[in-house]
Ligand binder design. Structure first.
Ligand code: ADP
Ligand code: ZN
Ligand code: ZN
Length: 729
């Protein structure tokens, strides 16, 4: 073979410049191939996006490709998608293309893969051996004890101490513990395939008949059998080497869900893609999706950008979930990207939810862009929706925030030997440390927010920037030593409930107690083994899980959302309450839900009580229409921040007048405002909203604005970003 002549290729590089870069190449390269190139003073991995192209650069300006790798990181289909995404969300094309490529494929030096280990006790490790370890070495003893009890994985030990490696090493040196590599394998029982009921089969038939791209919304109450419908569909799609992507919210991707799919599809490779996988595992799964070996891929938002060999459908469960929207860098919404991808691939898109987002509901019911299907009953025989009671909050000092009604309901369900969930969507002990004599409260020095009292770690913590300090013993202003912890978080509720029901097994579940999927898994195990009577937890528990013995759900302190300035707050509260209520009564024992509120008559609570999403949604839609809010307009926000308030204010005002001068009738430019949290991590923040009736006018407008900002060099000292279709206020 003759050596190839030198040619010019265009390469996508992970840098904030909205263009590709030209390089000279003397080897054969293919579209999508990884290459090592010089970039400035660095060497970086780029992706070839055009071969034999021309260049405007002079010959001496063009650098040579250093190395051509075997990996193909991009295909034409994804390239089209990325071009759309980059221009729609106004994010540089190179960074967009690189977003979903596993980082270990992009190492400029080749590295060794990390392995997983398991630790088990030797014969030398026993009770008396442990007793001989100096009592001062608490962590060492704890680790020795757990390994003695049962062999442990590295992941599990990590949960005990961040210095676990040091302790394990010591135990290995003492010959108490041995280490070996392990492969994660599970024994999965095969499940029987359920016969779809009437409603389910009608939906199934409609969707399976789709030719090419069609969008569907399955609106089905909690427990109505949506997942079962997905599984029947998947069964058809995976025939003849087809692949299906199932997008799920961050916290729903539990080992339970994976197991449910794995056991149902034991003849196919089921994989998951999410941020908690090790780098090695993520790469392995990504490759298997790419080469078509994995046919069922369950993933969180980023997996919408995974390369596939033969994708036949995209399913999105809990479509309304906020975790589908990315909040930094490329601020995409996985639902909209998924729909675009399905369109490009000409395959069906299927969304499911018990409380669809207002946007999607509007697009389904009123615009017919998604075909709506309803599941109106619980699928398990005899399981019914729980009864929801709204109880006026008549709490006082004596009962400490938990009303008599709630206390007696808990007693009743404990007597029935059933499990109880108490939902309070706030971590920590109390949200405010307050001085009643002068009104001072402990606030974060870096954010415009109050510090939360944490009892378990005995400190104050900022939930926005994680700043921590000791709990003040006296008021910083007047010296009063009698400070009050106002309001309740999960820790305070846990403390009270344990006091009130001293015989019950109480477990708290929030981001402070559950840090990994493995610990969540252990929790489910304890629930099903009945090692827990009462769970006190945040929204972490509100979704997607079956606890067949859970018959009472109590909701405390959910009124905050009613006063929020965010126009989506009520939509979120509704969805959250329905989700959490849906945890009760999934088995054959009827469920009960008690919502303790100051406003039992509020229309939102009334529609929750009647479990009437449709009337809630139509109210919400007419309100949005009146106010001209999404989905009746397209929205974008430009956010800016700086440590110096004057600088960012000048910047935003300057931008505002620039934006006002851009000649467009279609886009409304709002006056700059500060967001709810006007200072975050030491940065002062401002933002400008843009509204338009027309998506492409808004896009064009933002392009013009971007060019002008970049042209004004002095403006670029301020950090700013654009968020298209923002979901947080
Ligand atoms: P959803 O996804 O809507 O919350 P699931 O698909 O998880 O609902 O189903 C809820 C429960 O009903 C599960 O225990 C499931 O096994 C059961 N189920 C679903 N469909 C059927 C059916 N056709 N016949 C019997 N049980 C069903
Ligand atoms: Zn004071
Ligand atoms: Zn802070």
């Amino acid at each position: 073979m003759n050596p190839k002549e030198t040619s010019i290729v265009k390469v996508a590089i992970d840098v904030p410049i909205d263009d590709f870069f030209d390089y000279q190449c003397e080897e054969n390269v293919a579209f999508g191939q990884a290459v090592l190139v010089p970039f400035g003073s660095r060497k970086v991995i780029g992706i070839v996006v055009e071969i034999d192209s021309s260049t405007e650069l002079e010959a001496h300006q063009i650098k040579k490709i250093i190395r051509v790798d075997d990996d193909i990181l991009l295909n034409e289909e994804l390239f089209k998608l990325f071009k759309f995404v980059s221009s729609y969300y106004h994010y540089p094309i190179g960074q967009t293309i690189h977003i979903a490529v596993p980082s270990n494929l992009k190492k400029t030096e080749k590295v060794l893969n990390k392995k997983s280990y398991i630790y088990e006790a030797t014969d030398l490790l026993n009770k008396s051996a442990i007793d001989q370890i100096s009592a001062r070495k608490k962590n060492l003893i704890e680790i020795a004890k757990v390994i003695f009890k049962e062999k442990q994985t590295d992941e599990a030990l990590k949960m005990i101490s961040i210095n676990w490696k040091k302790y394990v090493k010591e135990l290995i040196t003492l010959n108490f513990v041995r280490e070996r590599e392990y492969q994660k394998t599970k024994i999965i029982q095969k499940t029987t395939v359920l016969k779809l009921n009437q409603e389910q089969s009608e939906i199934y038939e409609k969707i399976i008949a789709a030719q090419g791209f069609e969008a569907f919304l399955i609106y089905g109450i909690t427990g109505s059998g949506k997942t079962e419908v997905y599984m029947h569909l998947i069964e058809q799609y995976v025939k003849n080497n087809g692949q299906v992507l199932i997008l799920v919210p961050e916290i729903n991707l539990t080992p339970q869900l994976e197991d449910r799919f794995t056991s149902r599809f034991s003849n196919y490779l089921v994989i998951s893609l999410h941020s908690q996988l090790t780098q090695k595992k993520r790469l392995e799964n990504w490759e298997q999706a790419k080469n078509g070996k994995a046919q069922i891929i369950i993933g969180t938002r980023l997996s919408v950008f995974t390369p596939f060999k033969n994708l036949r459908a995209i399913i999105m469960d809990e479509e309304q979930d906020l975790s589908f929207k990315q909040h930094d860098k490329l601020r995409y919404h996985a639902r909209d990207v998924a729909m675009m991808r399905a369109k490009l691939l000409n395959i069906p898109f299927i969304a499911g939810s018990a409380t669809p987002s207002i946007e999607i509901w509007q697009r389904s019911v009123n615009e017919n862009k998604l075909l709506l299907h309803k599941l109106s009953e619980r699928a398990v025989k005899d399981a019914t929706l729980p009864k929801i009671n709204l109880i006026k909050d008549e709490t006082n000092k004596e009962n400490e925030g938990i009303s008599e009604y709630v206390i007696s309901a808990i007693k009743h369900h404990l007597d029935l030997r059933q499990q109880i969930l108490i939902f309070i969507n706030r971590r920590g002990y109390a949200p405010v440390l307050f001085c009643s004599s002068c009104g001072w409260y402990a606030n974060c020095s870096r954010c415009s927010s109050k510090l939360v009292v944490h009892r378990s770690k005995q400190h104050l913590r900022c939930h926005h920037c994680d700043y921590q300090r000791e709990i003040d013993t006296s008021c910083k202003v007047c010296g009063n030593v009698d400070l009050m912890s106002l309001g309740s978080g999960t820790q305070k509720v846990e403390e009270r409930i344990s006091k009130l029901f001293s015989k019950a097994l109480v477990r708290r579940v929030d981001r402070d107690t559950i840090k990994t999927k493995a610990s969540l898994d252990a929790l489910y195990q304890d629930m099903s083994d009945k090692k827990i009577d009462i769970l006190v937890g945040t929204q972490m528990l509100s979704k997607g899980h079956d606890f067949p013995n859970l018959s009472l759900v109590v909701v405390l302190d959910s009124d905050n959302a009613l006063y929020s300035s965010d126009f989506r707050a009520s939509e979120r509260l509704f969805s959250q309450l329905v989700q959490v209520a849906g945890r009760a009564g999934r088995g054959s024992i009827p469920g009960e839900v008690v919502i303790q509120t100051n406003f039992p008559e509020h229309p939102l609570y009334q529609s929750v009580k009647n479990q009437d999403y449709e009337s809630f949604a139509s109210e919400e839609i007419s309100l949005r229409k009146e106010l001209n809010f999404p989905p009746f307009c397209f929205q974008a926000v430009l956010r800016a921040e700086s440590k110096n308030k004057k600088n960012v204010k000048d910047f935003i005002n300057h931008l505002y007048s620039m934006a006002k001068q851009i000649n467009t009738e279609d886009v409304e430019v709002f006056h700059p405002v500060q967001p709810f949290l006007d200072r975050l991590k030491g940065f002062e923040r401002y933002q400008i909203y843009f509204h338009s009736k027309n998506r492409s006018s808004l896009n064009k407008f933002l392009n013009v604005l971007k060019v002008e900002i970049h042209a004004n060099k002095h403006l670029n000292r301020i950090k700013w970003n654009l968020d298209v279709d923002p979901v947080d206020f």
